[in-house]
Write a protein that binds this ligand. Structure first.
Ligand code: NAD
Length: 387
């Protein structure tokens, strides 16, 4: 690797919640052995809300801040751009980032529906982008406990997976007085709990169990139909507060997905359980640094799931844990470090990200299928499934 390739300059577009998590990831990325000596420079952060751009620049150490995406993209010294914007901005802004030829890591969802995602995949593969990385941030797949479940399935330890369940619950909108934001308006979000939260559970199923091939049934619910914005103006909520899906994934496993943003008592909680021919395993972000595994056929008197504490043998743990020993654990923020590390490795090695635009577009087609299944009251087989 040449000296010139070892400096990577970063631009960040969108300095809200997720943008700050990306900044946290970049600041710590070079702690991985494989990225030793790589200089990650936080060059420029942009947000339409200038005080936030300035605040994030000062807190995370960006050289510049501003409000113009075009100015950031015109800077030839910037190699890679993270995008963390409201969903309605993804198609336009990502289109411009892709046209600049820079490497891009965007937050999920990829656009607002399958059609926008397909457009973005096409732009990502357009002439002029040869060697440029396109990546989508599905941060939960970087958690060591979830990676361990994937290993248990991929290595055949649990046998063929027969059924599964996954949930992603939040309580950020459980109170009717929680303010109306872009997340509650279909025009700016593309959807509600399912696209915002459930998409991570969809990715977890695809990551652990295998491709989702059919949405057997789906139901969306809006429980709080109006909310006030921070200025006191009332708005109609035009997307789902909760959704429930029945689906088929992997080698014919059936499973359920439930998601909600109005789940009292669940501030932020993703879980998945998988049941195979030889055993079962489960992971929940409520116990982030452990997972359970049960292997059939043991002494019946001591039959039951084992709790495994995560450590350096699990996923990105050795690259992100400040202590490289088992049991000290990692958190939500470390998943963003691991996500950035995966992105930087792809840039340095010229490889594709596991969660690239094409993979993210698949998750968007699954959302479309869930909407069709709910609207038409019948199963929807995913195009290409079983081919
Ligand atoms: N991976 C995860 O776990 C995770 C977590 C949270 C959010 N997200 C995703 O990240 C994205 C952003 O969500 P968020 O929670 O950070 O939202 P947010 O509202 O906190 O932040 C969005 C920011 O974008 C700015 N902005 C809007 N339009 C802009 C434009 N054209 N140019 C520059 N700045 C602009 C806003 O001023 C705001 O500060 C969403 O797509 C969401 O799905 C992912």
């Amino acid at each position: 690797m040449t000296q010139a390739r070892r400096r990577i300059r970063i631009g960040l577009i969108g300095a809200g919640m997720a943008g700050q998590a990306h900044a946290f990831g970049y600041r710590n990325a070079s702690m991985a052995d494989g990225l030793r000596g790589v200089r990650v420079e936080l060059a420029h952060v942009v947000d339409v809300f200038a005080p936030l751009a300035q605040d994030v620049a000062e807190r995370y150490g960006f050289e510049r801040w501003g409000t113009s995406v075009d100015e950031l993209l015109a800077d030839p010294t910037i190699d890679a751009v993270s995008v963390a914007l409201p969903n309605s901005q993804h198609l336009d802004v990502l289109g411009r980032v892709l046209a600049s030829g820079k490497h891009v890591l965007t937050e999920k969802p990829l656009g607002m529906d399958g059609a926008q995602a397909a457009q973005l995949v096409e732009l990502a593969l357009a002439p002029g982008r040869e060697g440029a990385v396109d990546a989508v941030g599905f941060s939960y797949r970087r958690l060591p406990g979830l990676a361990a479940l994937r290993d248990a399935v991929a290595d055949g330890i649990l046998g063929p997976i027969r059924h599964f369940e996954t949930t992603y619950y939040c309580a950020h909108a459980a109170d009717p007085d929680d303010p109306f934001t872009w997340r509650f308006d279909r025009a700016t979000s593309g959807g509600g709990a399912l696209i915002d939260l459930g998409l991570h559970a969809i990715d977890a199923v695809e990551f652990v169990v295998g491709p989702i091939t059919e949405i057997v049934g789906a139901r969306f619910q809006t429980a709080i139909s109006e909310r006030s914005d921070r200025g006191g103006i009332r708005h109609v909520v035009t997307n789902d507060d909760a959704a429930a899906l029945l689906m088929v994934a992997g080698d014919g496993a059936t499973g359920t997905l439930q998601t909600s943003r109005i789940a009292h008592g669940k501030p932020n909680s993703l879980q998945i359980a998988v049941f195979g021919a030889n055993g079962s395993a489960s992971f929940s972000t409520e116990d982030l640094n452990q997972f359970t595994i049960h292997l059939a056929g043991g002494d019946a008197r001591f039959d039951g799931p084992r709790r495994v504490i995560t450590g350096p043998l699990h996923g990105a743990y050795p690259d992100v844990s400040s202590f490289r020993s088992r049991g000290v654990g990692t958190g939500y923020g470390e998943a963003f470090i691991a996500q950035v590390q995966a992105f930087l490795r792809c840039i340095l090695d010229g490889t594709r990200m596991d969660s690239d635009f094409a993979a993210a577009a698949t998750t968007m087609r699954i959302l479309d299928a869930a909407e069709r299944a709910a609207a038409q009251g019948r199963p929807v087989v995913l195009e290409g499934a079983g081919a």
